[in-house]
Structures are given as C-alpha cells and as structure tokens.
Design a protein around this ligand. Structure first.
Ligand SMILES: C[S@@+](CC[C@H](N)C(=O)[O-])C[C@H]1O[C@@H](n2cnc3c(N)ncnc32)[C@H](O)[C@@H]1O
Length: 206
C-alpha cells in the first residue's frame, strides 16, 4: 500500500508500516527523527492534491488550538478564535482529501462539535503501552481498531516536587528529560502499540 503519514516527525507510524512491507512516507514541517524511510519536510497539503496515488492517509494534525483542554484560552480572550478556525480548516482539508482510507487522530477536541464526532476513542494501554491518553480517531473507509487488551492494567505513577501524581510516561517527559520547549513535542508522539495496531489491522487489502 502507498501510505501517507501526515504531520508526523517521529516516524513511528511510518516505520510500523515500512516494517510490514508497505510504501510509507511521512510528512511534517519538521525534519524526521527517524532515518529509516522517506520523509517529506513541508506542507502535507502539497501531497494530497494532484496526482498522488495514496491508498491510505493517517494524519496527526496539531491539537494546540483544537483540544478541549485548552478551550479557555479562547473563551477568556487570550487567543483569537481565528486560530481555531484555521486549525479546523486544516482538519477539514485532511478529512476531505481524495484518498479512500483516512484516519485522523487528535485528543478530545472541538473537531467533535464543529465537524463530526470521532468514529472511535482509544487509549494507549489498549494496545500494550502503560499509559492513558484519550485518543480520538476520525476515520473514512477503515474499520475501528480492535484492542488487544480490554482490561485496564495497573499504571505506574510518580509524584512531582509539588506532590502532584503523574503517569510515569508524562513524568518522564515533563519532569525528567525534556527541556521546556520540547515537552509538547515529545508528548505528541504516537505510542508504538497504537502505531503497530494501525499497521497490522489497516495494512491489509480490503
Ligand atoms: C501533534 S504533532 C503530531 C506528532 C506525531 N504524532 C508524531 O509522532 O510525530 C503535529 C505535527 O504536525 C506538524 N504540522 C503542522 N502543520 C503541518 C502541515 N501543514 N504539514 C505538515 N505537517 C504539519 C507539526 O510540525 C507537528 O509536528
């Protein structure tokens, strides 16, 4: 399959498809962190118009102006609503791309109220990673992912200096490794279990 992984700098989903023999290409405004495959550093809108022959696109558009968790920035007048409109417009263009199989991933976001409800809501732990991070999937021409784990496992927690309880993966990003400017970027990486499930379950003809 010709698979376009849009808005991915990590290479995690692209490489999962490559490992299964697909022709997968990632695209992001940023360079790729993985040198295992082809990466187009530029605007994904360049790749979804014209004569490209994609069988599938998996897209991870930025949630900065869409996440429900950040809504107060708009309601309190700290951010102009035009930013949210632009972000929604980008999502619409991705969902309307002339590709038969599309999955678009975002956290709980205004896409649900302004465009349409997600087809599926998943958690990383359902696919083997010890984490909760509510992940919504808006799909076209693709079935829901089947989790390999249905019973939520015990998660590992750490406490911050101020006594706040935090999941280990988040603690590692926010308190141990990452410098301020890289936290959001690291936190936006796709979990490997979800990437493998996409490639296993969606990477078949039909
Ligand atoms: C939420 S992050 C997704 C990260 C992804 N899950 C990963 O594992 O690499 C959103 C990404 O979209 C990229 N992006 C934003 N606008 C874009 C555009 N027009 N074309 C391509 N990538 C874009 C950003 O640079 C950012 O890396």
């Amino acid at each position: 399959m010709n698979v376009l992984v849009a808005c991915e700098y990590s290479g995690i989903v692209r490489d999962a498809f490559l490992r299964r023999g697909h022709n997968a290409i990632s695209c992001d405004l940023l360079p790729s962190e993985s040198d295992k495959g082809i990466h187009y550093q530029g605007n994904v809108l360049d790749l979804i118009k014209g004569d490209f022959n994609w069988d599938m696109m998996i897209a991870h558009p930025p949630c900065t102006h869409l996440a429900v968790s950040g809504a107060r920035w708009f309601t309190e007048g700290k951010k102009p609503w035009s930013l949210q409109e632009e972000a929604l417009d980008f999502v619409r263009k991705l969902l309307d791309a002339p590709i038969n199989k599309i999955a678009l991933e975002n956290p709980v976001s205004v896409i649900s109220t302004k465009i349409r409800k997600p087809n599926q809501i998943i958690q990383p732990w359902m696919f083997g990673d010890l984490a909760t991070k509510t992940t919504c999937l808006w799909t076209k021409g693709l079935p829901n992912l089947i989790p390999n784990i249905t019973q939520k496992p015990e998660l590992e927690y750490h406490y911050t200096k101020s006594g706040k309880r935090m999941q280990k993966w988040m603690y590692d990003i926010r308190c141990k490794n990452a410098k301020d400017g890289t936290r959001a970027k690291l936190g936006s990486k796709t979990f490997l279990g979800i990437a493998n499930a996409m490639a296993d379950q969606w990477g078949t003809d039909g």
